[in-house]
Design a protein. Sequence first.
Length: 610
Amino acid sequence: MTRRRTTSGSARLLTVTAAASALATAVSLTAGPASSAPSTDCPTAYPVADLSVGDTVTGSTVTSGTAPTGFGGEVLGVLESGIAPGVDMVLMDLHSPTIDKVGIWQGMSGSPVYASDGRLIGAVSYSLGMGPSTVAGVTPAADMRQLLEGGAVTTRTASARVRLPRAVSARVVQSGAAGAAQATSEMRQLRVPVSMTGVSRSRLTSLSRVLGLGALQPAGAAAGPTATEPIGVVSGGNLAASLSYGTVTAAAVGTATMVCGAEVVGFGHPMTFEGPTTMALHGARAVLVQNDPTLSGFKLANIGAPIGTVDADRGAGLHAVTGPVPSSGLVTSRAADGDSTFAGVTRVTVPEAMPELAFTTMLASQDRVLDRQGKGTAWASWTIKGLRKNGSPFRFSRRSMYADSGDVSSAPAIALAEDLMVIADNPGETVEITSVRSESRLGGTYETYSIHKIQARMFGRWIPVTRRQPVPLRAGTVAKLRVLLTSREGAPRTVVVRVRVPVHAAGRTGTLKVSGGNNDAEYAEDFYGMDEGAFDLEEYEDYDSDTEAPTPATFPRLLRKMAAEPRRNQVVATLQFARAPGKARRPRVGKATFNRVVDGSRTVRVVALP
């Protein structure tokens, strides 16, 4: 039974990551008329209506370290309602040594741009087409200031792509900022480069769909782990927002546009457009701006310790407050392979992202000790804790054996993710997962067994269990079944399973299903290739009656049903007489534990003898 999950679209678009994103470059400003120093303390917004083509502008961003440096440029024009209805886009041609080399790079989002009198025009948030370009789209400061506490909330959806009008394209070409072909393409919202500490680039690429990265851009390298150093955020400086930090840091790095006391506004466009959020605020130390002649460059940075809370992710950018750090769920994952051990610790500040980030933390810990990707066997256990809607706690634990012929590290991690998804997406009530603790022991030996044939002990001898005729079992006794297991990797083995035959089933026919605990668990291919919205809880929606709707009362039964699932290294016999009276119609289950993962299934008819 492959589990598929339901999601709510943007709620799973979460998992940005620890890597690289916005900023700009060291430079001497272009010559121009005398100008006032930019006001970096909650600057006044410059009216877009007062801008003219050719106006000189200056700006600041970070290309290395933490100190902002300058860039210069000029206004090319204004696209009315170019970002959203009522939100204009200011087009500029910007220059600095780094911009001239890599163009407006992914992660320069939020870099403030000032008029000659020091007032804030807005933030860099769009670039021209694909590939390097010095043409930037700027989100007006007046719209970004609405994100400040006490102001109006910006709820309009920012356009991801904006086509330049013919007259503006001609002006861009005339200025020399872009060629004719590029000028006829679209202004695109700067992507947030994505990477994730703890997992390799190949892992991140394979996990993109699972983690719901959506339109967010995987970066070419991972950032360093979250540091213990608190790095301050200043106007024009690095700004990072994280869904998690620690072993797995999931964060986007951009630029702070304005700092007004404890309030910070940046990016100039949404990150995941979730509206109210509980991401952590960090400063960051830029390592470099990587050139990419195909898609445009991107920044790599190391994230500092959390220094506050990002509480809004809106069309005009992010709003954050320095000070208290958001509460977090704790994910711990201890993995061992021989003498090699690693303990991963991740703090998740966005509860909706807990399944994805707990999965990634376990995978990262196991990859660390295995130092390879390949076949093997693993013992794993985990405990999931959380709070129900009424505040009461819940707890769920599982322990089982896993085997995979291609990637043993992913096998238990996927099983953990599936448990978390079932709990988080249960239809009865909203719950919050507060902690996930996992332990795993991995080995290099890959060996699985399949059910080959079954025999039943009857009339003092073993008789074959086949589909040809009903298997006789005596009512009121414990049926003894001998199951022959075969393997490509090892010698045949036999296990004995016992299951009770109800006394009141006498004279009735029923079904006997003998299966391996790993039966139908072809999870890996479906998990990695699943479509958005494809997961459902059909497997667990077996309530006491067909008419019972999911309610908070059904959640404990869901946990009990999950806990009753067989281990993957067990052989399970399920006996049921559907037409027997009363409790005799309930399934009777017997289990035998084996030292290897078991696949396969056999279902036959049985008859209960008096």
